[in-house]
Design a protein around this ligand. Structure first.
Ligand code: ADP
Ligand code: MG
Length: 478
């Protein structure tokens, strides 16, 4: 039997506002427990929520970016449940009327084709606090600093058909919220996390199978692995005569498996009703137009422009626009270097990215800034250094030894382009290796590399490679 997987993702993006969604308490990460918990956060009797306009602005910006409908009227609802880190006994969310509905996001599949994924809705809600189990013997600590932090919950249509597609969609969304500057995207701190709904059905069947929901996946790798595990589990279960039950599951990254957490709650378990403390949210056309004016160039548009303006292929343009920081860095290099945009792309995607990865640094923390890399590319373009020596220059710049000109000067890396000087070296090498010269002239072409190596060795790698090639060919020909 052939099986098909169906996946829908619910992604929680923490909005990058300074204060909480219904109160002025700070949202900064990592503060001492309960230092950002004012009376509204604590849910004390008699307090009233006041909506944070900035959170609305960010939700609207997201809606516009995914071509969705931004509702001119949406409603906050109480989602009732008991949990120690939810002191009010309900979470303020949106239910029947969300602020954003019916958008879409295009993802690129492995074969290069594009697939459109529907975004059912995105709604505003408040985050809960945190229960702390370490450091408390036989007890649980409650930290309410996170309670009331604004979240945008982004719900996809069940359009995804594999773990790879799910990860591609999640990455695309991650890049988008960061381009829009509405979420810092920090997955370790929980600013961007995902619930994955997974089901399987026999290929060709129209109806969806019963789904399981895997909660709180906070890395792309976990999303991929959890979904893979879940697909195998469900198929094995059905093939052995069992039935998938609708439930909430947790992924255990150490064991690489998902485990049942609780039976799936139904919407009516939550007794949703409109929050009487909050008026419906009305967004005026003028507000929306003002938000539209703040939209930056979006990743897809930037990618297209990089292809047409800089002559990059789709792959390179995709890599270079994966984050706004990377794209900005690249463009700054191209503008300052003024030379070949493809060579600049190779350096940013190659040497620079490798060095960043190896030292676990963000591009914004790179010891070699865009101006420095551009300075080095200019020295390659004007033949002061070869591509090979450039690697040495780059490494020195990375290690804080100054900009390209300073490094070239200090280390004496200037390329030898004086024909006479190179000829002199070649003559010496030919004189010192009569056997090899004879063999080469007798037809052993492969020895050419040996001679190039000798010249480079004698010049400390500084002889211009093109000239060395030409001159060697001429002299060896006799
Ligand atoms: P809930 O809020 O109860 O989790 P929703 O119906 O809003 O349920 O769906 C949540 C997510 O589950 C959506 O992303 C949706 O695309 C996805 N989904 C719904 N049905 C299925 C299914 N049978 N298989 C996989 N995903 C599904
Ligand atoms: Mg859900």
């Amino acid at each position: 039997m052939e099986w098909e997987t169906v996946i829908g993702l619910e992604i929680h993006a923490q909005l990058a506002t300074k204060s909480k969604i219904f109160t002025g308490a700070a949202t900064a990460y990592g503060a001492e427990p309960n230092t950002q918990a004012d009376p509204v956060t604590l849910g004390l009797p008699g307090v009233l929520p006041v909506l944070n306009k900035e959170a609305v602005r960010m939700a609207a910006k997201f809606g516009l970016a995914i071509d969705a409908t931004v509702a001119n009227r949406s409603v906050f609802a109480r989602k009732n449940y008991f949990y120690p880190d939810l002191p009010k006994g309900y979470q303020i969310s949106q239910y029947e009327l969300p602020v954003v509905a019916q958008g879409h996001l295009d993802i690129e599949l492995e074969d290069g084709s594009v697939k459109r994924i529907g975004v059912t809705r995105a709604h505003l809600e408040e985050d809960a606090g945190k229960s702390l189990h370490e450091d408390f013997h036989g007890m649980t600590g409650i930290d309410l600093n996170r309670a009331g932090t604004p979240l945008l919950e982004i719900v996809s249509e069940p359009d995804l058909r594999s773990s790879k597609e799910a990860v591609a969609y999640m990455k695309k969304l991650h890049a988008l919220v960061r381009y829009l500057e509405i979420c810092d995207g920090n997955m370790q701190e929980g600013s961007f996390r995902c619930d994955a709904n997974v089901s399987v059905r026999p290929k060709g069947q129209k109806e969806f199978g019963t789904r399981a929901e895997i909660k709180n996946l906070n890395s792309f790798r976990f999303v991929e692995r959890a979904i893979e595990y879940e697909i195998d589990r469900q198929i094995a279960l059905i093939e052995n005569g069992g039935k998938v039950v609708q439930e909430t599951r947790l992924y255990d990254p150490d064991k690489g498996e998902t485990r049942s957490m609780r039976a799936k709650e139904e919407a009516n378990d939550y007794r949703y009703f409109p929050d009487p403390d909050l008026l419906p949210l009305e967004i005026e056309a003028s507000f929306l137009e003002a938000v539209r004016a703040t939209l930056p160039e979006l990743p897809d548009a930037k990618k297209q422009r990089f292809m047409s303006e800089y002559g990059l292929n789709a792959y390179d343009a995709g890599v270079l626009t994966a984050t706004r920081e990377m794209a900005d860095y690249y463009e700054a290099v191209v503008k300052a270097a003024g030379g070949d945009a493809k060579i600049a792309a190779n350096w940013v995607m190659g040497e620079l990215s490798a060095a960043l990865n190896a030292s676990n640094k963000e591009i914004t923390e790179s010891p070699v800034n865009a101006d420095m890399l551009a300075g080095m590319l200019r020295r390659m373009a004007d033949n002061t250094i070869s591509g090979k020596i450039a690697k040495e220059v780059f490494e020195a710049m990375w290690n804080g030894e100054g900009d390209a000109d300073a490094v070239i000067e200090k280390k004496g890396l200037k390329q030898i382009t004086d024909t006479g000087a190179i000829e002199k070296v070649i003559d010496d090498i030919i004189a010192a290796n009569p056997d090899n010269v004879a063999a080469y002239r007798g037809g052993k072409d492969k020895l050419f590399g040996f001679f190039v190596g000798q010249v480079m060795k004698a010049t400390g790698g500084k002889a211009n490679p093109g000239q060395v090639n030409d001159l060697l060919k001429k002299k060896l020909a006799g």
